[in-house]
Design a binder for this molecule. Structure first.
Ligand SMILES: Nc1ncnc2c1ncn2[C@@H]1O[C@H](COP(=O)(O)OP(=O)(O)OP(=O)(O)O)[C@@H](O)[C@H]1O
Length: 334
């Protein structure tokens, strides 16, 4: 099972620019979480801080008893092996074929023999649908395939925590839909804790168990997906409805005067409504069920009376729906 990641009071600045401050959240073990946020709000900086590649100014990131922000470098290095990171651009070596790219972490970090490396690499390439392309160079394949190769490489060391930085960037809507399904299938197969940073509303609304959002140097919210999807916070509903009107402007944040004018003219965030909530994706036929589902249900039920009424209603409705369909259809929703 994946490992829980506990973030407490994390603050990061570059010089005098505060990127975000006092961020606290827990990525529940084995569940899928999504972090949303307008461009430039520091989502990539957050991922890099989780694996100890960037040092926050304050706060802690506890993974398997090690503080990735403050522990000695040797402990951080060891604990980083629990993570698999899929970088935004795939970060593949252009001169190596896909096989060698995916094998790279195994050759660097383990003493495994070539036969064993071949077995693992081919298994991971199979998981992301790239068997047959292993001899190709990154420059000879599509952007979507490069993403998959980056994902396969993130998986070779059997990570218990998988971080994906904008896995959808540059993909068309159909490939993004396939990718969403891949991410859920992966979670079903590995039961790893996953955090996906994305702008993509389709991924955000169909993939995660939990969602959070960074805005104006703060974590606006983090919790069960239903909380964010039913939120009436102007910044959240603007983002989810992909509207121009609202606190998010072209340069990330609008000035107060613009917002006041929008409200006066009735083009502000109120009254636009958000997207209807769609069910979370299920693993494809033939995949194992996601073990996180039961754990999450119990966890969410325990916190139910602390959640906003709209989120509570959604959760109750979806649990009831799952129970009804589980009686008729094996494996959950029809
Ligand atoms: N090493 C660094 N040194 C100085 N500033 C940095 C460094 N890394 C990131 N930044 C700054 O931190 C801010 C947040 O960057 P980051 O890439 O994390 O944003 P993001 O939310 O991932 O954006 P996007 O969605 O566009 O990818 C930016 O202003 C960026 O210039």
């Amino acid at each position: 099972m994946g490992i829980e990641v506990v973030v407490e009071g994390l603050t990061k600045s570059f010089g005098r620019q505060t990127i975000w401050q006092d961020v606290s959240l827990t990525l529940p073990a084995g569940e899928v979480s999504v972090l949303l946020g307008p461009s430039g709000t520091g989502k990539t900086v957050f991922l890099k801080s989780l694996i100890g590649l960037l040092k926050p100014d304050r706060g802690r990131v506890i993974v398997d008893g090690v503080d990735m922000a403050n522990s000695p470098e040797r402990d951080i290095y060891e604990t980083r092996k629990l993570f698999g990171m899929m970088f935004q651009d795939g970060a593949l070596f252009g001169s190596m074929n896909l096989f060698d790219n995916v094998a790279f972490p195994l050759r660097e970090h383990t003493k495994k023999k070539e036969g064993e490396i071949r077995r693992i690499v081919m298994e991971r390439l199979d998981m992301v649908g790239l068997v047959g392309a292993e001899g190709k160079l990154p420059g000879e394949i599509s952007g979507g395939m490069r993403k998959r190769a980056g994902l396969a490489r993130a998986l070779v060391l059997d990570p218990q925590i998988i971080l994906c930085d904008e896995p959808d960037s540059g993909l068309d809507p159909v490939r993004t839909a396939y990718l969403s399904q891949d991410l859920i299938n992966l979670n079903a197969q590995l039961d790893a804790t996953m955090l996906i940073v994305t702008h993509n509303l389709d991924i955000a609304s169909t993939v995660p168990d939990n969602m959070g959002m960074l805005f104006r140097r703060n974590l606006v919210t983090f919790g069960p997906r239903e909380v964010l999807l039913t939120s009436d916070e102007p910044v959240v509903s603007q983002f989810l409805a992909a509207r121009r009107a609202g606190p998010i402007g072209m340069s990330e944040e609008k000035d107060e005067a613009t917002m006041e004018r929008e409200l006066r003219e009735g083009t502000g965030p109120e009254g636009f409504g958000t997207r209807p909530i769609v069910p979370q994706l299920e693993p494809s036929p033939g995949m194992p069920p996601r073990q996180a589902v039961r754990r999450r249900t119990l966890r969410v039920l325990r916190m139910l009376d602390q959640l906003p009424p709209a989120a509570r209603q959604e959760i109750e409705a979806s649990l009831l729906g799952a129970r009804t369909s589980a009686q008729g259809t094996p494996g959950g929703r029809p």
